[in-house]
Design a protein around this ligand. Structure first.
Ligand SMILES: *Cc1c(COP(=O)(O)O)cnc(C)c1O
Length: 395
């Protein structure tokens, strides 16, 4: 067991901010991961909804190698070709207008918040604008992103957070209306709440929030960091609702493992918000990250990954529904596309996740009681059968 030693050394050196499972992954191939002891795992976690392509995609690797040999970093003081390509492809996929590349989802949220505040500031010169965020949301761990994350447990020790944030209940339009004032500059939400426990937004709610935003010239920020990039059956989940955000945050599967995120603005917002000097990043949009993003978009089209999500989802949902039927401690399924959750009652979900690992299956948890399934977007019906087999064995 090589892993035991690696784990001990890691725990000595790395700050203990995660209760990691005792597995040291070394290598990936398709939808499988291998650990340093040679054990194989079927991966329905994809590095937390990141590795959409499946591991070992040759074209993806070649694109990165190719860029690696040219140049991996130049800074934003200059132009580079992958930046142009990645931005054009993200623009096309989102049908939005202007892109700012970041290094993570959290940073995309930071950029979105700053954009919204600047937009409102240019309108009325005030510096006391408010943002409405949702209970049980998750937007990241920096102070700005944490401030709009509706989870008091994550926030408590780090107060004071940024001011002017109010919380409403997800999928409860009246609770949003009750928080709107003449200082509200933005409403932020996930189209499918991820960390909070896999809750898809209702059409009625999203349309209602859009209507409030339109009436009062409030910006709608949609956090597509987890539910975006094809996972729910369209590039971005909001595209299935016919409701467009003013600002969208992405990351996770955007670079399929290379650390990159983006916030994307519509023309109205871009025209009247951030200008040179307002926002920046040394790494953001560097040629290596953008070569990854650019190739990811090509491969999404070539492999028709979104087509695969839509084709396989009914089977995936059927199989999960059967599990809920069969086991008393599984009480509900929720989700959209390849972002699914099963609610566990009367058994700690962490134990199920751990037992699944013992049986060669990676699944994640979400919220306090949900098994989360966010597989690579390349999975087939056979992969689902195998997942179900291993999960049942682990029960
Ligand atoms: C993961 C996540 C984030 C934070 O992204 P990081 O890359 O971890 O900074 C923000 N929003 C949502 C919805 C996420 O799932």
């Amino acid at each position: 067991m090589k892993s035991k030693e690696y784990i001990e050394h890691t725990e000595q050196a790395v700050l203990h901010t995660y209760n990691r499972f005792p597995v040291v992954f070394e290598k990936g191939e398709g939808v499988y991961l291998k650990d340093v002891d040679g054990k194989e795992y079927l991966d329905f976690g994809a590095g937390i909804a990141v590795f959409a392509l499946g591991y070992g995609n040759k074209e993806y690797e070649a694109a990165l190698e190719n860029q690696l040999k040219k140049v991996i970093h130049t800074s934003n003081l200059f132009y580079n070709v992958p930046l142009m390509e990645a931005a054009e492809k993200l623009r096309k996929a989102s049908q939005m207008d202007k892109v700012f590349f970041t290094n993570s989802g959290t940073e995309s949220i930071e950029g979105a918040i700053k954009t919204a505040r600047k937009y409102a500031y240019l309108k009325d010169g005030r510096t006391d604008h408010e943002i409405i965020a949702m209970n049980h949301s998750f937007h990241g761990r920096s102070l700005g992103a944490l401030s709009v994350t509706g989870n008091p447990h994550y926030q408590e020790a780090f107060k004071p957070l940024i001011g002017g944030v109010k919380f409403a209940d997800f999928n409860d339009l009246e609770s949003v209306k009750a928080q709107v004032t003449d200082r509200t500059c933005a409403i932020i939400l996930e189209a499918v709440q991820g960390e909070g426990g896999i809750y898809p937004v209702t059409s009625e709610f999203l349309e209602g929030v859009r209507r409030i935003c339109d009436e009062k010239d409030i910006l709608l920020i949609l956090d597509e960091v987890q539910c975006g990039m094809g996972r729910t059956g369209s590039y971005f989940a909001w595209q299935q609702y016919g409701v467009k955000p003013d600002i969208m945050a992405c990351a996770k599967a955007l670079g399929c493992g290379v650390p990159v995120g983006a916030f994307v603005l519509n023309e109205k917002t871009a025209k009247s918000s951030l200008v040179p000097g307002d926002h920046g990043t040394t790494y953001g949009g560097n040629p290596l990250a953008c070569a990854a993003v650019s190739k990811v978009f090509d491969l999404f089209e070539e492999l028709d990954l979104i087509g695969n999500v839509n084709k396989v989802t009914p089977y995936f949902e059927k199989k999960l529904d059967e599990l809920v039927e069969k086991y008393d401690f599984l009480t509900a399924r929720r989700g959209k596309g390849f972002m699914q959750g099963i609610v566990v009652t009367g058994r700690p979900v962490g134990e199920i996740v751990k037992s699944a690992l013992d049986h060669g299956l990676v699944v994640l948890s979400a919220g306090s009681d949900v098994i989360r399934f966010v597989p690579p977007l390349v999975i087939t019906e056979q992969d689902i059968d195998e997942m179900v087999e291993r999960l049942e064995a682990s029960f």
